[in-house]
Every structure is written in structure tokens, then in C-alpha cells.
Design a protein around this ligand. Structure first.
Ligand SMILES: C[S@@+](CC[C@H](N)C(=O)[O-])C[C@H]1O[C@@H](n2cnc3c(N)ncnc32)[C@H](O)[C@@H]1O
Length: 294
């Protein structure tokens, strides 16, 4: 009897809810009081869209996206994910690129606040995870300062999506017990202290590092890292056009140039970035299982 009661009280997963009813999920409708000055603010949902493959969206992110009337999205969000929006949803692109800002961060914050204060719920779709090099923290602060409720839906960061797609285990009992995420494009790269972030037993994942690839390898080698430490560059991770390229650390800049690697791409530095077959082979040699896998 108890089992029946529990089953009845469990909400249906969103994919079992008929599309026509999904619009009635809490927090998804435009506020009916939006026209008046006393309108209650809408909620800003900061949603991580993951690295590209729509299958890597969270269920909650997908549900919000499919029901949203207003979507404010980054350039990194894959078109296949945007195509999941309901017909007639208002889509605003605030795409940014390194050299050309379609909209400055302050203007994006102001847009989110303005729409929410007008009573509109906003799905703010961001590549990867909103709180990993995504400036989600700044957007959340701007909303909170204006009295706008914020909901944060995590996404699969490109660091995790790319490493899985490229079969690079960021940690490995035999090779890496520390993993660090850094931004390669920050101001004053040469002044940043990365000592201890890369080397034996460590994996370093660099976001936005293409333009500074030469400085990155020089900096790490100057910090004492061996020039032959394995590096993998993962371009367009989890998308159809994904590439995984490898070089020793000293050859990173040449690899990026020769292969004309384009953004978005991640650089993974450390033993785990070697060819997966080599890692399996080394582990097998250690454990004496090599004969078993040959
Ligand atoms: C502004 S950061 C956003 C990071 C994002 N919030 C995340 O968690 O992945 C943009 C950088 O993320 C990395 N990136 C995002 N999507 C990627 C993808 N599909 N493949 C490779 N790198 C990606 C690239 O280094 C890109 O320059």
C-alpha cells in the first residue's frame, strides 16, 4: 500500500508530460502582471548548455529550454540545442568573441535585469557550465542586486565533455591525482603563478588558450616542466567536427598553427594527455596484464 502511495506522489519525468502541458511547469510562464509597474520580477535561469552535443544537456536544462518564452544565449551554444526551443520563443544572441564583443558583459547583465523586472522569466543559456569561466557569477550578482531571483542549472563543462569524448581521464590512479582549470587568455598571463599546477601527477586544463599557446608552453617550460610532457588539443569537443591533436609541450604552438586550430578548443597538459593506448599499455605493463591485452 505504501509503495502505491509513493508511486502516485512521484512527479512525472518531463518527457512523459505532453508538450501542451509543459508550459504550466512552475516558473516558466511570462508573469501575467508584467504590464504594471508593480509586476513581480521573473526569474533568471542561468542554464549550462554543455559542450555542444544536445544529448549532454541536463534534463532540467532541456525542460527549461523547451518551455522558455525568452532565451538569451551565448555564441558557444550549439545550433542543435537552440533548435530545441519552442516555436515563437524570443531568442537574443549575446555572442562574444575574443576580438569582437557583440554585447559587453555590463549590457548583458542589464538586459537580464530589465527583462526580469518586466516580469519575464529568462533562460540564460551558456556554453558548458555557467560558473566555469562563464561569467555566470557576475550575472547572478547583477540579478541579486536588482532583486531578481536567480536559478542556476549546472552544465557539463567543456573540460569534462572534451576529456570524455577524447578518452582522456583527467585523473588516473597511476598518473594524475590533481586537476586544475585555468584561463589562458587572462590579462597578465606571464605574471600569473601556475607553479605546481602542471607536472608529475597533475593534469592542467587550459580554456581559451589558443591565442597564447606559445606563451603558455614557454611559461610552463620556464617553470620547470619537461618539454616532452604530452599535450592534447581538443577542438569542437563533442561536436561532429571534433578533432583531438597531440604534441609534446614544446611543440604546442607549432601544432596549433600547423593544424589551424580554431576556437573553441581546450588544451590538456599532463601524462593523461598521451595517446589512450599508451596509457593502457603502461598500466598493463605495471600490473603485469600486458600479455592479457595483446
Ligand atoms: C568563455 S569559456 C566558457 C567555458 C564554459 N563555461 C565551460 O564550462 O566549458 C570558452 C572556452 O571554453 C572552451 N570550450 C567551450 N566549448 C568547447 C568545446 N565544445 N570544445 C572545446 N573547448 C570548448 C574553449 O576553451 C573556449 O575558448
Amino acid at each position: 500500500m505504501l509503495g502505491v502511495k509513493l508511486a502516485l506522489s512521484t512527479p512525472k519525468p518531463f518527457w512523459l508530460v505532453p508538450p501542451g502541458d509543459r508550459g504550466h511547469l512552475p516558473g516558466m510562464e511570462a508573469n501575467p502582471l508584467s504590464s504594471g509597474p508593480q509586476a513581480a520580477p521573473g526569474t533568471v535561469h542561468l542554464v549550462g548548455a554543455g559542450p555542444g552535443d544536445p544529448d549532454l544537456l541536463t534534463l532540467r536544462g532541456a525542460r527549461l529550454l523547451m518551455n522558455a518564452r525568452l532565451i538569451v544565449h551565448d555564441g558557444l551554444v550549439d545550433p542543435a540545442i537552440l533548435a530545441m526551443a519552442r516555436p515563437g520563443a524570443r531568442m537574443i544572441s549575446v555572442a562574444k568573441s575574443r576580438s569582437r564583443h557583440t554585447m559587453k558583459q555590463e549590457a548583458i547583465n542589464a538586459l537580464l535585469v530589465k527583462e526580469a523586472l518586466a516580469g519575464n522569466d529568462v533562460v540564460r543559456l551558456k556554453g558548458g557550465d555557467p560558473f566555469v569561466f562563464g561569467r555566470g557569477g557576475e550575472e547572478a550578482e547583477a540579478c541579486r542586486a536588482a532583486g531578481v531571483p536567480v536559478d542556476v542549472v549546472p552544465g557539463i563543462s567543456s573540460a569534462l565533455g572534451a576529456s570524455a569524448a577524447a578518452r582522456i581521464p583527467l585523473t588516473h590512479r597511476d598518473h594524475a591525482s590533481i586537476v586544475s582549470f585555468v584561463a589562458g587568455q587572462c590579462k597578465g598571463l606571464s605574471d600569473q603563478d601556475w607553479s605546481g599546477l602542471a607536472g608529475k601527477g597533475r593534469t592542467l586544463v587550459i580554456f581559451m588558450g589558443l591565442a597564447t599557446a606559445a606563451q603558455i608552453s614557454e611559461k610552463l617550460i620556464a617553470d620547470g616542466l619537461a618539454p616532452d610532457v604530452p599535450v592534447a588539443v581538443i577542438e569542437n569537443a563533442t561536436r561532429r567536427e571534433m578533432r583531438v591533436l597531440r604534441a609534446p609541450l614544446a611543440g604546442l604552438a607549432d601544432l596549433v598553427e600547423a593544424e589551424k586550430v580554431k576556437s573553441p578548443a581546450l588544451i590538456v597538459i599532463g601524462h593523461v594527455a598521451a595517446e589512450p593506448d599508451n596509457i593502457i599499455r603502461e598500466t598493463a605493463l605495471k600490473t603485469g596484464a600486458l600479455e592479457a591485452i595483446q
